[in-house]
Design a protein around this ligand. Structure first.
Ligand code: DND
Length: 239
């Protein structure tokens, strides 16, 4: 018969981590896993700064960037392939030891709902791993209305990244009016008005993405001709 500790270790090893960070091996401590979900079409410095701030302020062990497979709310919109969005996410996070990128949602069949993702992660990780779903503060008011929002609140804490001076009234009102319980922490991140749509517009107009997203991401966009990019005209105005 195995001593109790060994049996627990065996059960832990048998979990299917895939490319997710293995956490929770020491039962005497609590681990904190940050999950940055996004369409990431493309990923940019706003996403990266928010995640880094969450890592520091909430004392997270790691932040997993998880590009959505078929995003729940963009079924009528054209979205770049999951492979391209995952590749850009991998490039953007590769040099930061606090970050990792995962195919967890990209490889999942059908529409990827956050409630399902968090429930699957909750089942995969032992109870000493807390889940923190990081999102822009503007999105917090929406999260409470996402599919099966009750399951989101039950399985993870929410982290809302705000701009300094941002009015939290809409988010707080939505949380209060919700029939479900949410544990939300708000973080102030440096003012970053960067958005994926702004980057796509700039690429389409032949403008530079320098200082808006890591150069590796810009290189990938041009190499693969995403968002109307033309490799030969990188950084030059379109005619
Ligand atoms: P977005 O399309 O907003 O991602 O999706 C965010 C997450 O919500 C994904 O995991 C979706 O699957 C999930 N979602 C949305 C709607 C419905 C459901 C799930 C459902 O299950 O029913 P973006 O790539 O646009 O942005 C990624 C994150 O980064 C978002 O939380 C966004 O608010 C935030 N963000 C910024 N944060 C700080 N500074 C900036 C930011 N720009 C975007 N400049």
């Amino acid at each position: 018969m195995h001593p109790k500790g060994q049996e627990e270790a065996l059960a832990f090893d048998e979990r299917e981590w895939g490319d997710l960070p293995p956490l929770g091996e020491d039962p005497s401590r609590t681990y904190r896993l940050g999950i940055m979900g996004g369409t990431f079409d493309p990923i940019h410095h706003g996403h990266l700064v928010a995640a880094e701030q969450a890592f520091d302020d909430l004392n997270l062990d790691v932040v997993v960037f998880m590009p959505a497979g078929r995003p729940a709310f963009k079924q009528n919109k054209k979205v770049t392939s999951g492979e391209d969005r995952y590749a850009m996410t991998l490039l953007a996070t590769a040099d930061n030891p606090h970050f990792t990128a995962s195919r967890f949602e990209v490889d999942r069949e059908g529409v990827t709902y956050t409630a399902d993702t968090l429930e699957l992660l909750r089942a995969l990780y032992p109870a000493n791993v807390e889940l923190y779903f990081i999102t822009g503060a503007d999105a917090i008011a929406d999260v409470v209305r996402w599919k099966d929002a009750g399951r989101i609140g039950a399985n993870a804490k929410l982290v809302g990244a705000t701009r300094p001076g941002y009015d939290l009234a809409r988010a707080q009102e939505a949380i209060e009016e919700s029939p479900y319980t949410f544990d939300v922490t708000y973080l102030e991140v440096p003012a970053l008005a960067i958005s994926s749509s702004y980057l796509r517009e700039r690429v389409m107009a032949g403008q530079s993405l320098r200082y808006l997203t890591p150069d590796q991401v810009t290189g990938y966009i041009h190499k693969h001709g995403l968002y109307g990019a033309s490799g030969g005209r990188y950084g030059q105005a379109r005619r």
